[in-house]
Design a protein around this ligand. Structure first.
Ligand code: ADP
Ligand code: MG
Length: 729
């Protein structure tokens, strides 16, 4: 008998173990048994050919309608062409030098499994030299493939689904049933079959209901593994000592509140209370604050920082770009007024100091800034993630605020927690303007507690968004440029956003690796580039206006100068890449025109348009320019963005449109990954249940000593998926 940890080459003969290892990275019995069928096909039902997607490796059950062999004209040898069908449509299969096929194997009417890569040839689909398994032949194990339901495995060119199926059967013949990692009580409560039973069923059952129950149980394994890992992280983080920073009545925080020029929204007050309470505690706060663009997260963060300063600790504010870091420094200084000018003339008595640390500081200035952080002279240190994380030491770091960072992984957040000087962990507040769907919040951000700001401060007018189909209606684009000129004439400003910087090969010069303008294999023209568009506009439709450019390849000083000129209204139009996506705040900008809008993600577009109409008195306008024709998916996405300003709705849509692998790590057919069945789209409820079970288990038994099987489940997942689910979205 063999167990789950035994190597496949001990169990299976021949070359198969080598092929499984090479092509699918499956080495042990457990690896193979956790390589679940992708689907199950009914013996009696042919695979619909209409649903096949070019480029995919597929396994289809089809009937041979004809097969012919002929000599090749240009080369030596023969070619065999078979036509297979599903009862409605046909698919061509091409083979080389197998002249016996028409008479011996691919006889008309015969049914077989065919496996290969789908290619498109003109308008027809075909399989190039597929492998096949005739189902009505007298093979030894023909019964294996005559069963009413045939499992179809994620397979590759090197190994067929049916070879995997045979291997699985052989393994089950000698398998010693594995212990079940799930506690019995949990299995009872959720009515889950045992592990051995579930594994057998998912691979070998002929009953769809039994298979579904088995899959559900195996999804539990995955969900629980993820949630246990996160629950342990939360538990560990919460155990660490943190600087307790209680509220005080006569400090900076109180002084700041007393002079706030506006009333805080209910949401800001509620979240503020939550943060204040957690900062007072002896264990670190780990919180995610999500709120629409313009919902006023910065003030909330600043109030938290001030509370920490009142306890004699420092706060760090991490921004994703230098532009944003500089802008934060400006706006915090402005908000604080004389409360932020310690060491300068006219500072208030309890004033603090804000220090900006950027890569572009001269050696001298940089040394000063580092010294201010290390000595504690700086109360608030602002910089980019990279800079502050790597180089800066603090005297008494109490709070780290990470702004606008939806591409920041769990492990990076972990790294931050070790930054307080005295062995304690600072409090952490992560802010994002990209609303996060529930399932993503529970996984990628699962180590954080979540707060949301759902209302906008009063007086902010919502932004109007229109799609400009420049392909079908070129005149609309002319009108769009005219509209920008009018806004400028009325004293306001505009952004024009392009997917690319320019002057380098497309694909290499995007500012944001998250946007993927080069997406598929496509033959579309390269995306429009800032460096091409800006001069064209200045000479053409925006002639006479003051046009500036902003992108990631500019030096920091240049960027800063451009931003300053735009903010100071010395520029009318800013042609930019997505560097303007995050947080850039120019209240006088009222129009944003996004070129090649179809090249951006849904959430990204939402984020971008949040940059305009920030002043409130003038309504904002966002124009999404695209050549994508009506009726395409690309257009649908843009129409959705135009139709709603509800970020949560758009985030969900974004999740649905993205391949899930992008969120939970790569889970392509062949590649091994700890998460095979679990879906962020469909399995929200299961993930939530697993989360609360994991929380309960870890709170009573953090090391999972009483549940070695569970501990192992979580550890295995973590090993395999280190760069997977815990990574950035
Ligand atoms: P975001 O959540 O996008 O970071 P900000 O914090 O930058 O939003 O706030 C956007 C603007 O709204 C800022 O100019 C800020 O001063 C202002 N603001 C924040 N809270 C309020 C409020 N309660 N009432 C009025 N204006 C506010
Ligand atoms: Mg902000």
């Amino acid at each position: 008998m063999v167990g789950m940890d035994d190597r496949l080459d001990v169990v299976l003969g021949g070359r198969t173990p080598k092929l499984l290892a090479e092509h699918l990275d499956l080495h042990t019995v457990a690896d193979l048994l956790r390589h679940y069928p992708r689907k199950h096909v009914d013996q009696g039902q042919l695979t619909p050919i209409a649903g096949l997607v070019p480029g995919e490796h597929v396994t289809v059950l089809a009937e041979v309608s004809s097969c012919k062999s002929r000599r090749m004209e240009q080369r030596k040898g023969t070619i065999q062409q078979a036509v297979i069908w599903d009862g409605r449509r046909t698919l061509k299969c091409t083979f080389f030098n197998q002249p016996w096929l028409p008479d011996k194997e691919l006889l008309p009417g015969r049914r077989a499994l065919f496996a290969g890569k789908v290619t498109r040839y003109g308008k027809t689909l075909q399989l190039a030299h597929p492998s096949f398994l005739p189902l009505d032949e007298d093979a030894d194990d023909v019964d294996e493939f005559r069963r009413p339901i045939i499992p179809v495995y994620p397979a590759t060119k090197g190994i067929d689904s049916w070879t995997i199926q045979r291997s699985v059967r052989q393994v089950f013949d000698v398998l010693d049933d594995p212990d079940d990692p799930l506690p019995e009580s949990l299995r009872m409560e959720y009515r889950l079959p045992g592990l051995a039973e579930a594994l057998r069923a998912v691979h070998r059952s002929d009953d769809r209901a039994v298979i579904a129950a088995a899959r559900h149980r195996l999804m539990w394994d995955e969900a629980l593994a993820v949630q246990l890992t996160l629950a342990r992280r939360r538990h560990d983080a919460a155990q660490r000592p943190a600087p307790a920073c209680p509220r005080c009545d006569d400090g900076l925080a109180a002084a700041f509140d007393a002079r706030l020029p506006f009333e805080l929204t209910t949401g800001q007050l509620q979240v503020g209370e939550q943060l204040a309470a957690e900062l007072s505690g002896e264990h670190p706060m780990n919180r995610l604050l999500q709120g629409e663009v313009g919902s006023g997260k910065t003030v909330v963060a600043l109030r938290a920082m001030l509370q920490v300063l009142d306890s004699g600790r420092q706060a760090a504010l991490l921004a994703p770009t230098e532009v944003l870091a500089a802008q934060h420094a400006r706006s915090l200084r402005e908000m604080l007024g004389d409360l932020g000018r310690a060491g300068e003339l006219g500072a208030a008595e309890q004033a603090t100091r804000i220090t900006l640390l950027t890569g572009s500081l001269g050696a001298r200035a940089r040394k000063d800034a580092l010294l201010e952080a290390a000595s504690g002279a700086a109360g608030i240190v602002i910089g980019t993630h990279a800079l502050i994380q790597d180089r800066v030491s603090f005297a008494e770091l109490g709070l780290v605020v990470v702004d606008e960072q939806h591409r920041f992984g769990v492990e990076q957040r972990d790294a931050l927690r070790s930054r307080a000087g005295d062995g304690s962990s600072p409090h952490v507040l992560v802010m994002t303007a990209t609303p996060i769907p529930r399932t993503v919040a529970m996984t990628v951000f699962g180590d954080l507690e979540v707060s949301s700001l759902r209302e906008l401060p009063r007086g902010r007018s919502p932004i109007a968004t229109s799609v400009v189909p420049s392909g079908e209606k070129p005149s609309w684009l002319d009108r769009a440029w005219l509209r920008i000129s009018e806004e400028v004439a009325a004293g306001r400003q505009a952004f024009v956003v392009c997917p690319r910087i320019g002057e380098q090969a497309a694909g290499e010069d995007v500012d944001d690796p998250g946007s993927d303008p080069g997406d598929d294999d496509d033959e579309r023209r390269p995306p429009l580039a800032v460096l091409d568009v800006a001069p064209q506009l200045a000479d053409g439709p925006l002639h006479g206006l003051r046009v500036g450019v902003l992108h990631g390849r500019l030096g920091v000083d240049e960027k800063d100068t451009v931003m300053r000129r735009f903010t100071g209204a010395e520029l009318d139009v800013l042609v930019a890449t997505t560097v303007v996506e995050v947080g850039v705040d120019v209240p006088n900008a009222t129009v944003m025109l996004i070129l090649d809008a179809d090249r951006f993600g849904v959430s990204q577009l939402h984020q971008l348009r949040g940059r305009v109409g920030r002043a409130g008195q003038h309504p904002g306008l966002c124009l999404l320019v695209t050549e994508s024709p009506d009726g395409t998916v690309a257009r649908e996405r843009l129409d959705a963005v135009a139709a709603t300003t509800d970020g949560f709705e758009l985030a969900q849509l974004d999740l649905e449109l993205r391949r899930e692998g992008d969120v939970l790590g790569a889970t392509q057919s062949g590649r091994r990954s700890g998460l095979k069945l679990l879906s962020l789209l469909r399995d929200g409820d299961l993930i939530a249940q697993a989360r609360s079970e994991a929380q309960r288990l870890v709170s009573v038994d953090p090391a999972l000593r009483g549940y070695p099987g569970l501990a192992r489940l979580a550890d295995d997942l973590l090993d395999e998926d280190r760069a997977g689910f815990l990574e950035k979205v």
